[in-house]
Design a protein around this ligand. Structure first.
Ligand SMILES: *[C@@H]1O[C@H](CO)[C@@H](O)[C@H](O)[C@H]1NC(C)=O
Ligand SMILES: *[C@@H]1O[C@H](CO)[C@@H](O)[C@H](O)[C@H]1NC(C)=O
Ligand SMILES: *[C@@H]1O[C@H](CO)[C@@H](O)[C@H](O)[C@H]1NC(C)=O
Length: 420
């Protein structure tokens, strides 16, 4: 694989339609409650951290005031446990009145006033995963209308407590019901998670027609083991998963846990790098009120974000698994650029990995190489030149590469400036 193969993949993608209401031409970016705040409903004893309107207002403030919004982090997404245990007298879902006293419409206004978008959660089934009211088939239209009337911008539709037949009917029905509201709503489907995530049980062509993104695999947890498990599953199954992604249709390996408790600085860089390669949603689940500087710098790395948000929207792939336990990942980008990630699965010391761009199937020529996390760059790297890359245990080195012609095109020069 190399830059040439990228163009072939692009051809493949353009043959398939996407849920086309103009949303999520690049992977969504934002913040979601679940991994960090779970189902903490104890606002009496834990008012700072419970699932209630104050948590979402706090996070909207942080996204708007701490430089996140300008980088593209725009969705504030409520997960499970926001609801009252009973629907209202008209059969509509309603928020828990003590934890969301202002209601969701007012929270949406608060979020919109800060130039952000609000996401919400529902479950295709009799009950949500945590036991709150579910959205059975007969409730789909009503719930879609309720969310649109609140001016919600994004729906995560989970799948606990339903069977495969109900899911096969319900996920397309919700897509149509959201469209019928006339409000553009980004639609995240957990459907493939409940079908094992792979063909023949999952039809990724159909998913791309009805959903903007979908959770394929298990929930992320706050640990490096969990990150690796997810990366391994997506990479082992990349022949099925990678072609499914494209503008308006994304695989979702789940939230970024950077800034929490489970990852070292190197491991946090690894998650950011691999999520950028996978064209994954960059949806953080952390406490933006208490984030250390290294986590902030990683999550706000402009070049990693630009790689993730590349307009071609081609998901990258794992190229190599070396016996030295170095793995190489690659993603083709617009304007003949590309990204490489060298990941170390080692547990001893920084490893000097020897390779060349030719060995990684790059075309002959010279390349300009930017190191995404240390900010250094190299010009005129000949593809045949032997290089040694020092990769820390459970860390990455991430490169952004541009071919260097005799005279660079204007748009490439522009892109350098945009990235640096
Ligand atoms: C509804 O679907 C049509 C056809 O795909 C699309 O053109 C339109 O933008 C959609 N509207 C909304 C509000 O999602
Ligand atoms: C997958 O869904 C598409 C509709 O998007 C359909 O045309 C195709 O036949 C389905 N494939 C299988 C194997 O069911
Ligand atoms: C790259 O190096 C090879 C081998 O030394 C040489 O033949 C080739 O001309 C070089 N390419 C460029 C673009 O400098």
């Amino acid at each position: 694989m190399g830059p040439l193969a990228g163009t072939q993949l692009l051809g493949l993608i353009s043959l398939t339609a996407a849920l086309d209401n103009g949303l999520l031409k690049t992977p969504p970016m934002g913040w979601m409650a679940w991994e960090r705040f779970r189902c903490d409903v104890d606002c009496r004893n834990d008012p700072q951290n419970c699932i209630g309107e104050n948590l979402f207002k706090d996070m909207a403030d942080r996204l708007a005031e701490d430089g996140w919004k300008e980088l593209g982090y725009e969705y504030v997404i409520i997960d499970d446990c926001w609801m009252s245990l009973i629907r209202d007298k008209h059969g509509r879902l309603q928020p828990d009145p003590s934890r969301f006293p202002g209601g969701i419409a007012k929270l949406a206004r608060y979020v919109h006033d800060r130039g952000l978008k609000l996401g919400i959660y529902a479950d295709m089934g009799t009950r949500t995963c945590m036991g709150f009211p579910g959205t059975t088939l007969d409730k789909i239209e009503l719930d879609a209308q309720t969310f649109a009337s609140w001016e919600v911008d994004y729906l995560k539709f989970d799948g606990c407590n339903s069977n495969p037949v109900q899911q096969m009917l319900g996920y397309p029905l919700m897509s149509k019901a959201l469209n019928d509201t006339g409000r553009p709503v980004a639609y995240s489907c957990s459907w493939p998670c409940y079908q094992g995530g792979l063909p023949p049980y999952v039809n990724y062509s159909l998913l791309g027609d009805i959903c903007h993104l979908w959770r394929n695999y298990e929930d992320i947890q706050d640990s490096w083991d969990s990150v690796l498990d997810i990366v391994d599953w997506f990479s082992s199954n990349q022949d099925d998963l990678q072609p499914a992604a494209g503008p308006g249709r994304w695989n979702d390996p789940d939230m970024l846990i950077i800034g929490n408790f489970g990852l070292s600085v190197d491991q946090a860089r690894s998650q950011m790098a691999l999520w950028a390669i996978m064209a994954a949603p960059l949806i953080m689940s952390n406490d933006l009120r208490n984030l250390d500087n290294s986590a902030r710098a990683i999550l706000q790395n402009k070049m990693a974000i630009a790689i993730n948000q590349d307009p071609l929207g081609i998901q990258g792939r794992r190229l190599l698994q070396e016996s030295s336990r170095i793995e190489v990942y690659w993603r083709p980008l617009s304007q003949s650029a590309s990204a490489l990630v060298f990941l170390s699965r080692r547990t001893d010391l920084p490893y000097h990995y020897h390779t060349s761009l030719t060995k990684l199937k790059y075309e002959p020529g010279n390349y300009k190489v930017y190191n995404v996390f240390d900010g250094s760059s190299v010009t005129r790297l000949n593809a045949t030149t032997e290089i040694s890359v020092s990769v820390n245990p459970s860390g990455v080195v991430m490169w952004y590469l541009l071919p260097e012609q005799q005279t660079e095109t204007r748009s490439q020069t522009r892109q350098h400036h945009a990235l640096l």
